[in-house]
Design a protein around this ligand. Structure first.
Ligand code: ZN
Ligand code: ZN
Length: 778
């Protein structure tokens, strides 16, 4: 018999699913709808191992619910605008967005996406992710742009969106404002220098890590309880090198214990500086350009780090440094580029969230979290919010903000909803109030401002008359834990503000993949490509591995786990072929009476079905996989198949009973494996079962039901005895088919009396006696 050719089979099965539209969502069906807010992956060349891990896990759940008979709504989108896409296109095409015309860069992005997206999506199909790929969207397509702009306008009309110019988070590398959720804490080394300010001829020492901001100094703080400095409060301090004077103010924020206890306030070193400037009504001095260079003499044109170096040299030469030490401290960097974030005053658009923290916590409590411990991460994020949600970006490729602003009276002019989607830069508007010319908003929406309405986008894909069927809340949001603070939180925000609802009833959160306990990264070179794994082994083997950990847990990639999956694949193939060799004359009918051991075996199988169903219902696919796998290898292959083999070969009494149980238990096992290993199970079903079962695909067939479960202790005893006999044979170096005479205790003998013939068959016992347990060889 030929071996299982996974590559060939998986290709055929993929074609079969596509042609027969096995995973097509049919809104006319009456069944309960299981709606999934599928994560749209960020288009980035190729699926990575983390994707394959997470999408496999959500697919286990989707396939299980489909087999339960539910009508699974499982769309597929791609997230393909905003900074991640811009950075990808810049890299692929070797261009810089900021140095191109807006229109040219947008066209280049659109063109590039067209080139790379089909191949990108193919990886998901290859993995067997059972989405309805006809229910497709991109977060920058016309429909998404329309809905995203509509969301903006609605929230603006509700008074929940505002535009404000004030110091906010700015990435000088990407040259855009960023949101709090994009900040990444990084521990970096820095030089902590104590500088000589001057107050009435005396040195006033201040320690800082940011001497390049000296020219932006607007004040000096001392703590009102700090006795050392009581006498100088209200006086002026002279800034070293620059020699202008700033007020010395008493403020609680100066930490008596830190450095010299004196704090310099720059506009703006960080959020606290910005607040301090505001609190004391100081006039800010902005010395940074948006591209992160200084605009103050004599350091004009230098980048922040170059300026820092130069200023320290100048301070040293002027003998203005008294002490320097190397420290490590946490700074905010931008998660997209790794560069340190600055604070710069620019006009940005915000959605009000800070005043609704309690509401968001309440919404989070209404969602069922799988696993529950992930809920805490959401609460922590909400409680730690310090900024309203900044939704505007100073970039090109994103959903345009559909507004104009009057150049004279500053009136904000919204686009008409019926004109959406629009790009305001393409349309000239006059102010309705003063008739002056209005300026189009050139900023675009951050990508999360659009992907936060994926439930609304997904439900809009269904034909209008059926729309009412896909309602918010959806049943399930699957995603990874690193975007709880962004995608999960923002979607919760939008659903609350628009619909006053939670977006989904359940969320399942996947962990990460590691290699040797470490996070994989291209820079470290420790990356496993899922495409290679699928090519060398199979998609089923990769999925088998992905089912190896509990939901929410990180999983180390180990090739041995893939190999275990591959072995299971081979065993399923071999066992099924073997079973059907024994079913050649089977009539596919239930015999009037089942043999005792067959009945007990079905009982055991029922226990498995019950436990697997419960596990899948609780998102515990790894437990279901593990139990099914164990049952299949041990109960089914090592024991049951061996026990009934002779009964069938030798046409003994009870042959039909064995055939009936073999057929049905194997089918049940394939069904239980189907969500995890969809290709091989489909293949074996098509080969052997479909002509009897009729249902088009194993993935549309009904999930097995556990019949009434009765006790199967006698089977346990039978297997215990079987193990003992096998052990005796092995102790005596006899082959398993060595003929023998078995002696059982009277009690054992009586308990399995109805199964003695089976015991004889499987142990090659000539006879079974009672007495002291033993095996004699003849
Ligand atoms: Zn950046
Ligand atoms: Zn006006």
């Amino acid at each position: 018999m030929a071996n299982y050719n996974a590559k060939e089979v998986e290709e055929q099965i993929k074609q079969f699913w596509k042609q027969k539209k096995i995973f097509k969502f049919d809104s006319s069906k009456k069944e309960k709808i299981f709606s999934i807010d599928t994560p749209p992956p960020t288009v980035s060349g190729k699926m990575h191992i983390g994707h394959s891990y997470m999408y496999s896990q959500m697919d286990f759940i989707a396939r299980f619910h489909r087999m339960l008979g539910e009508n699974v709504f499982y769309p597929f989108g791609t997230d393909d605008n905003g900074l991640p896409t811009e950075r990808l296109v810049e890299k692929l095409k070797n261009v810089k967005s900021k140095s191109m015309k807006r229109e040219d860069f947008i066209n280049l992005c659109t063109k590039t996406l067209k080139e790379i997206t089909p191949e990108f999506i193919q990886d998901w199909k290859n993995l067997g992710v059972s989405c309805d790929y006809d229910l497709a969207y991109s977060t920058i397509d016309e429909n998404s742009r329309r809905l995203s702009q509509k969301s903006f306008i609605e929230l603006y009309k509700k008074g929940l969106v505002y535009k404000k110019e004030f110091p906010s988070l700015w990435c000088p590398e990407c040259q855009t404002s960023v949101a709090q959720a994009e900040l990444e804490d990084k521990e970096i080394p820095s030089l902590f220098s104590t500088l000589k300010f001057n107050c009435e001829g005396k040195d006033l020492l201040i320690a800082t890590t940011r001497p390049e901001l000296l020219g932006a100094c607007v004040g000096v703080f001392v703590n009102p309880r700090d006795k050392r400095y009581k006498s100088i409060v209200g006086k002026k301090a002279k800034v070293p090198l620059f020699n202008f004077e700033v007020p010395i103010l008493a403020d609680e924020s100066a930490d008596i214990e830190k450095g010299t206890g004196v704090l310099m306030i720059c506009s703006y070193g960080d959020k606290y500086d910005a607040e301090a400037v505001n609190r004391h009504k100081l006039s800010p001095k902005i010395i940074l350009n948006l591209n992160g260079t200084l605009k103050i003499k004599p350091y004009e044109g230098l980048k922040i780090k170059e300026a820092r170096k130069k200023i320290l040299e100048d301070l040293k030469n002027a003998n203005l440094i008294t002490e320097q030490k190397q420290i490590t401290h946490a700074v905010n960097t931008h998660d997209k580029c790794g560069i340190e974030i600055e604070m710069l005053p620019t006009a940005q658009w915000f959605i009000e969230v800070l005043d609704k923290k309690n509401k968001f916590i309440e919404q989070g409590n209404k969602i069922k979290w799988h696993p529950e411990f992930m809920h805490k991460r959401y609460d922590n994020w909400v409680n730690g919010l310090e900024w309203d949600w900044n939704i505007s970006r100073d970039r090109h490729f994103g959903v345009p903000i559909p507004v104009w602003q009057c150049k004279k009276c500053k009136e904000i002019i919204l686009s008409d909803e019926k004109d959406l989607p629009i790009d305001p830069t393409e349309i000239k508007k006059k102010c309705p109030k003063c008739k002056s010319e209005a300026k189009a908003e050139e900023k675009v929406l951050d990508t999360w401002a659009t992907s936060s309405i994926t439930p609304q986008i997904a439900s809009s894909l269904v034909a209008t008359k059926e729309k009412s069927k896909i309602v918010i809340p959806f049943l399930l949001r699957p995603q990874a834990h690193d975007i709880i603070r962004t995608w999960l939180f923002y979607t919760t925000v939008k659903s609350l503000l628009h619909e006053n609802k939670i977006p989904w009833e359940n969320t399942m959160i996947s962990g990460f993949v590691t290699l040797g306990g470490e996070k994989m990264s291209k820079s470290k070179g420790n990356v496993i490509s899922p495409q290679d794994v699928m090519k060398s082994y199979s998609a089923d083997a990769l999925r088998f591995w992905a089912a190896g950990s509990k939901l929410g847990e990180d999983l180390d990639y180990q090739e041995k786990d893939i190999i275990t999956g591959k072995k299971l694949e081979t065993k399923l193939w071999n066992a099924t072929n073997f079973v059907f060799m024994n079913l050649k004359d089977y009539k596919f009918k239930k015999p009037a009476k089942l043999e005792k051991i067959d009945e007990l075996f079905l009982n055991k199988l029922n226990e498995l079905v019950e436990s697997c169903t419960e596990s899948f219902e609780n998102y515990e696919y790894s437990r279901a996989k593990e139990q099914t796998e164990r049952f299949f290898w041990s109960m089914f292959c090592d024991n049951y198949l061996e026990i009934v083999k002779k009964r069938i070969y030798q046409n003994k009494k009870g042959k039909e009973s064995a055939q009936y149980v073999l057929y049905n238990s194997l089918l049940t096992l394939l069904k239980l494996f189907a969500p995890i290993m969809p290709f091989i199970t489909e293949h074996l079903y098509q080969e052997y079962f479909k002509k009897i079962e009729k249902t088009e695909s194993i993935h549309l067939i009904e999930w097995p039901k556990a019949d009434k479960i009765s006790k199967s202790e006698e089977l346990d005893l039978f297997l215990e005895i079987l193990t003992k006999i096998r052990q005796e044979k092995s102790n005596n170096k006899k082959p398993m088919n060595a003929e023998c005479v078995v002696t059982l205790s009277k009690e054992e003998y009586e308990n399995i009396v109805e199964m003695l013939e089976d015991l004889k068959d499987v142990t090659c016992a000539k006879s079974i006696k009672t007495g002291k347990f033993g095996v004699e060889f003849i």
